[in-house]
Design a protein around this ligand. Structure first.
Ligand code: SAM
Ligand code: SF4
Length: 346
């Protein structure tokens, strides 16, 4: 369906858990985490029912995310069930890859169309520092296993912080040379832990790539369901992509909504705006009523995020607490999302 700003909304990201087997520095604190209780997490039956309602409104693409989605039991069952819904054309997964070696076969059998693996470095020590776990070998094995399935498209996601080693970036890009993997760089966003961090920008990364691998050419054909834009490199099998929500804002073509693991339907990553669908379905809403609530939530989708305004305001706040709000903007801190990325699903 079209929202108030004429954007075609056809994509939902569904977080199936807020738990994870890693603790990436930009996503989760090392300690002191409260997780949603099992009663508060949407059941698979509830998620499937919601997907049927989304499909009635023209949503045809579903991304399964988390926390780490592969730590939730029987995920292939959910994927298969969503694939069977009339109107759903594409079901994809975002994972840290650790459980891929044990689950890839079942995921493929369930009909997964594409898999994104999040990986910020190929260096064992750097991985340990960034994720707080010594598990890079499992991730690399997961990627190797996934590459065996040529009909499942594979992408790699890296969130480069400003502390990132240049070699790390270049080694990740090198994966796209010999393998059909698209390597993407995501600018760190001021959500949850990301509010305290700064990342490399798209231009930083591009300059680095060009200095080592030569010129990059924009790739115009469509690749995937999201906001990434891609470049070709001579002699590379995969493409290099960028998701630059801060420096190259793409709100005017945003096609997505997000369902959190506790059943809240979000219509923008940065704001708390949306509806608690779990409460509504558990209080006996009919399917038609549910579709109307979702329609309303999509229609209220904000025009744009204000990540850049947030970052500038943060700088003012840090310099002088009394100058809070010094930068003129209509950004109201009270409207902002307080969930962490692991609770939203990215
Ligand atoms: N655990 C899975 C994974 O890591 O792919 C799925 C959930 S994770 C929250 C989804 C994506 O969000 C990952 O690619 C991760 O790198 C990204 N992410 C987490 N925090 C972020 C932040 N503050 N800014 C930008 N991307 C972030
Ligand atoms: Fe876990 Fe993914 Fe967040 Fe890393 S980015 S802590 S793997 S949910």
């Amino acid at each position: 369906m079209l929202d108030e700003f004429n954007r075609e909304i056809d994509y939902v990201r569904i977080s199936v858990t807020d738990r994870c087997n890693l603790r990436c520095v930009y996503c989760m604190p090392e300690k002191g985490l409260d997780f949603i209780s099992h009663e508060e997490i949407l059941t698979y039956e509830e998620i499937i029912r919601l997907c049927k309602s989304f499909a009635r409104l023209g949503i045809s693409k579903v991304k399964i995310t988390g926390g780490e989605p592969l730590v939730r039991k029987d995920l292939p069952f959910l994927i298969k069930s969503i694939k069977e819904i009339d109107g759903i054309e594409n079901v994809t997964l975002t994972t840290n890859g650790i459980e891929l070696p044990s689950q890839i076969e079942e995921l493929v059998r369930a009909g997964i169309d594409s898999i994104n693996v999040s990986l910020d470095t190929l260096n064992k020590e750097h991985f340990k520092k960034l994720t707080r776990f010594d598990k890079i070998d499992q991730v690399l094995k997961g990627i190797k296993e996934a590459l065996k399935y040529e009909n499942v498209s594979l992408k790699l996601n890296c969130v480069p912080l400003n502390t990132q080693d240049e070699e790390d970036v270049l080694n990740l890009v090198a994966l796209a040379k010999d393998n059909l993997i698209h390597v993407r760089f995501i600018e760190v966003m001021p959500i949850g832990m990301g509010r305290e961090l700064e990342g490399l920008t798209e231009d930083d990364i591009k300059n680095l790539i060009i200095s080592k691998y030569g010129p990059i050419t924009p790739y115009k054909a469509k690749l995937g369901n999201g906001p990434a834009h891609y470049y070709k490199l001579d002699g590379f099998k995969g493409k290099v992509g960028f998701i630059s929500a801060v420096s190259h804002k793409f709100c005017s073509s945003c096609n997505r909504i997000r369902l959190t693991a506790d059943g809240y339907l979000k219509n923008c990553l940065q704001y708390a705006s949306g509806r608690n669908l779990k409460e509504l379905i558990r209080s006996g809403l009919t399917d038609d009523q549910l579709v109307e609530v979702i329609r309303l939530t999509i229609n209220e989708k904000p025009k744009e995020h204000q990540f850049d305004e947030y970052n500038k305001k943060k700088i003012v706040d840090i310099r002088d607490k009394d100058k809070k709000g010094d930068i003129s903007s209509n950004l109201d801190i009270d409207d902002l999302e307080s969930r962490r990325m692991s609770q939203i699903g990215g």
